[in-house]
Design a protein around this ligand. Structure first.
Ligand code: PA5
Length: 447
């Protein structure tokens, strides 16, 4: 079994001729990617990561995770964007749905909370309430080491940590994941003696889940990071070696670009398992930041189903016909539950007695796919055989490779993010950061 891509339900929207034409372009785009001759080619370290990673650092990640598990009730993971979403996606996908509130005797690993992904004082204060007087550690993640959101959260929780354990004791509980040499987080870490992990120069934030950025928090949650890398290596082998006809990542890249060229400008990633929610958030960053530039790109959106069938379902079925849908189907659920029979069928559900809840979920999924297809929303399906580290690794690599190829098909540099800077410049000017005086005057006039 493996992670697979299926476009059979979208057949009426896409002809074999179109696929044949796009196949040629897709193979060219793949060649540009793997020969490292395209734009952004200094950010392709992620391609070989699953088979070529720093084994010494990998062992240190496992050792640090063990130490955090043994001396902390809580781990705070501080980071934003690519320094946040991969770890959260993996932990929520792989862990118990109520991981943080499970009794510690059952969970056996620290509670894990994410912060530094907004600038909300309320969130930070409330998180302090949750940590309380308990033992905690911090994993501060920032490739640049200068991003405002995590830097503020770090200052707040570093103060709390130092007040509790003293400067030296706190330093033993701070793990910094950042550039190997530059940035203020690296300098601070060297100064204070924090253990550091590296975000490789040639791996951009949104492609960094399989570096220490994702691996340390994921390991702390108790997940098996060896299996995650093995799954990614399997995804890599298939993406690099399989012919187009057996290459799911290439087919996905090709087909989404066919639909884009036919006027479908929104791709909705749909899931039927709450644990997949943050995989969708990770996917949105991956594709949104990689493709949304030069006034081009598919807008990546996501829905959690069946929840959102009772909110966004109306729009998808019947609103502007601008979208297609990619369903992430978890083939075998982690847990099974059978619906019982009641002596008096007051709720009218006895026709489902003896059936599993997942049978109902899958019936909802299949019914929805047909309904949306009838409503002119082409449907693709990505099937994950079951929830484990191996298949998550395959899934991450499948999307990353498809994204690189798709970006080149679109004719953009998939590995930069120039647009992210605009809000930062305005924010710094409004905050009165030295060096931004002229912009500040201009902006104040406009507010
Ligand atoms: O993908 C990206 O490059 C961004 O989302 C970054 O990961 C995000 O802005 C955080 O940057 P940094 O890790 O430098 O704090």
């Amino acid at each position: 079994r493996q992670v697979t891509f299926d476009y059979s339900k979208a057949g009426s929207f896409i002809s074999e001729e179109e696929i044949g034409y796009m196949k040629k372009l897709t193979l060219d785009a793949k060649e540009t990617l793997v020969s490292k001759t395209g734009a952004g080619n200094d950010f392709l370290g992620w391609i070989d990561l699953p088979v070529d990673y720093d084994k010494e650092e990998f062992a240190r990640i496992k050792a640090a995770a063990k130490k955090i598990q043994s001396d902390s009730d809580v781990l705070l993971v501080i980071g934003i964007g690519g320094s946040y979403l991969g770890a959260r996606a993996a932990i929520e996908f792989l862990s118990h749905s109520f991981y943080n509130v499970l009794d510690k005797s059952v969970r056996k690993t620290p509670e894990i909370y994410f912060c530094g992904n907004s600038i909300s004082s309320t969130y930070l204060k409330h998180l302090m309430d949750v940590v309380g007087d308990r033992d905690f550690s911090i994993n501060m993640i920032s490739k640049s080491g200068t991003t405002t959101e995590p830097a503020i959260a770090f200052r707040v929780f570093k103060e709390k940590l130092e007040a509790k354990y003293g400067k030296k004791g706190a330093a033993e509980r701070i793990y910094a994941t950042t550039d190997k040499a530059k940035g203020s987080l690296k300098h601070l870490s060297d100064e204070e003696g924090y253990e550091t992990f590296v975000v490789p120069d040639d791996v951009g934030g949104r492609f960094s889940v399989l570096t220490a950025v994702g691996l340390l928090p994921i390991a702390v949650s108790g997940a098996d990071i060896d299996k995650l890398m093995e799954g990614a290596a399997s995804g890599r082998k298939r993406a690099l070696e399989n012919d187009f006809e057996e290459n799911d990542a290439l087919q996905y890249a090709a087909l989404r670009n066919i639909l884009l060229r036919k006027g479908k400008s929104v791709e909705i990633l749909a899931n039927y398992e709450p644990a997949v929610h943050y995989v969708s958030e990770w996917w949105k960053q991956l594709f949104g930041e990689s493709e949304g530039k030069d006034n081009k790109g598919l807008f990546p959106a996501s829905v959690d189903l069946t929840t959102d069938l009772h909110s966004m379902g109306q729009f998808i079925q019947d609103g502007s016909r601008v979208m297609f849908e990619t369903v992430i189907n978890i083939d075998t659920p982690r847990e099974e539950l059978t619906i019982g029979e009641e002596p008096v069928d007051l709720d009218g559900l006895n026709y489902l007695a003896g059936k599993t809840v997942d049978f109902v979920n899958k019936s909802a999924m299949n019914g929805t796919i047909l309904a949306h297809t009838d409503g002119q929303v082409p449907n693709f399906m990505v099937t994950v055989p079951e929830v484990n580290e191996f298949y998550l690794g395959e899934l991450f690599y499948f999307f990353e490779f498809a994204c690189g190829v798709s970006g080149y098909l679109l004719g953009v540099n998939p590995f930069n993010q120039p647009g992210v800077e605009s809000y930062k410049k305005n924010m710094f000017a409004l905050l009165g950061k030295p060096g931004y005086e002229a912009q500040r005057e201009e902006l104040l006039k406009r507010l």
